[in-house]
Design a protein around this ligand. Structure first.
Ligand code: Q9C
Ligand code: ZN
Length: 344
């Protein structure tokens, strides 16, 4: 399977995030993708550069005002003070229940809060260009399918599945999986399934498609009662209106064993078959790995082959989109294990 990358990922390189009240180096680093690309090269994979193809689909997944904010956020931040260029913006106030989100405040930090679900999504000078290039890679992977390939892998960062129609969060800015799914719909697929195997619930993806019967969202993740993103991802979220029945959450307690995880993967696959999807998007998070520093499932490196093998039995045109995974030195071989399991 061909991999699409965007070399520009590395210019999204914020220095720190907050962890338990302390400034710590970012878990979501350019190094992550360097390990993935290295493993792809070492194991003989075809790796290509993304083409700039996402301009048309972007405003159909994200709101215009969110995109405008994101594209200009760094310039807005550095215009506030000359030395902001060496600092990072973080939100400190949010429009929770009863507060208004229809009017953009003139204050930059208040605007940043309006478009953020947390203060754990650090931004830097290159964030917009890197996120946009990731969206381009997602659409480029879809273009490979349209050209007759049966699968493609989009090796991209920052990740995307926590980003909603008009907000960033969980290291995510643009929802690459949603962009790929919408792009597949636009290129003639009637029903697209998204399976999200990242440790964290894909709240952004769920929200983008919650009212729609044409895109099924299925997610395996740590129970939001204890795990990020906390406020979405419960089993009783099954879709709304026309989308009722087209959302399936399979939350599992932190520490859940690998056999239980694979049983949930079977449940997810059966739902995708019932839906009669004609294309599949996989939100491929590798943070289910036992050694992941911020997650609590127990998968081992060999288990990632089996994820690929199981997903291949669906026999669908498939786009893999890279999401989380923070055990950086193992990330390359774990990722390529999935792809090679799928290709076997
Ligand atoms: N500061 C993805 O895997 N909380 N995002 C981290 C450490 C946010 C993970 C806690 C986790 C978000 C794409
Ligand atoms: Zn994750």
């Amino acid at each position: 399977m061909i991999t699409v990358i965007s070399r520009q990922h590395s210019i999204h390189n914020p220095k720190f995030e907050f962890y338990r009240g302390e400034k710590v180096p970012c878990f979501e680093s350019p190094q992550r993708l360097e390990y993935v690309i290295q493993a792809l090269h070492d194991r003989g994979h075809d790796v290509r550069e993304a083409e700039q193809l996402s301009d048309r689909v972007l405003p159909t997944v994200h709101s215009q005002r969110y995109l405008q904010f994101l594209a200009s956020a760094w310039d807005q931040w550095t215009a506030l003070a000359a030395d902001n260029i060496d600092k990072q913006p973080f939100p400190s106030v949010w429009p929770v229940r009863s507060l208004r989100s229809d009017i953009e405040p003139k204050n930059f930090i208040a605007r940043l809060g309006l478009y953020s679900m947390d203060n754990g999504t650090p931004m830097a000078a290159g964030t917009w260009v890197a996120a946009k290039a990731g969206a381009d890679a997602a659409v480029s992977a879809v273009a490979l399918l349209n050209a007759g390939h049966t699968s493609a892998f989009c090796a991209t960062r920052p990740p995307g599945h926590h980003a909603g129609p008009d907000f960033m969060g969980g290291y995510c800015f643009l929802n690459n999986a949603a962009i790929a799914a919408q792009s597949l719909r636009d290129s003639g697929c009637q029903r697209v399934a998204i399976i999200d195997v990242d440790y964290h619930h894909g709240n952004g993806t769920q929200t983008i498609f919650y009212d729609r019967p044409d895109v099924l969202f299925v997610s395996l993740h740590g129970d939001p009662r204890t795990e990020y993103p906390f406020y979405l991802g419960h089993a009783d979220e099954t879709g709304r209106g026309a989308g009722q029945g087209y959302n399936l959450n399979l939350p599992m307690t932190a520490g859940t064993d690998t056999a239980t995880w694979f049983a949930a993967l079977d449940t997810a696959c059966r739902q995708i078959i019932r839906f009669q999807a004609d294309a599949l998007v996989i939100s491929l998070g590798l943070d289910t790995f036992a050694e992941d520093p911020i997650s609590r499932f127990t998968l081992q490196s060999d288990d990632f082959f089996h994820i690929g093998t199981r997903l291949a039995t669906l026999r669908l045109p498939t786009v893999f989109i890279m999401e989380g995974g923070y055990a950086t030195t193992a990330l390359g071989h774990n990722t390529v294990n999935v792809l090679e399991g799928f290709d076997n």
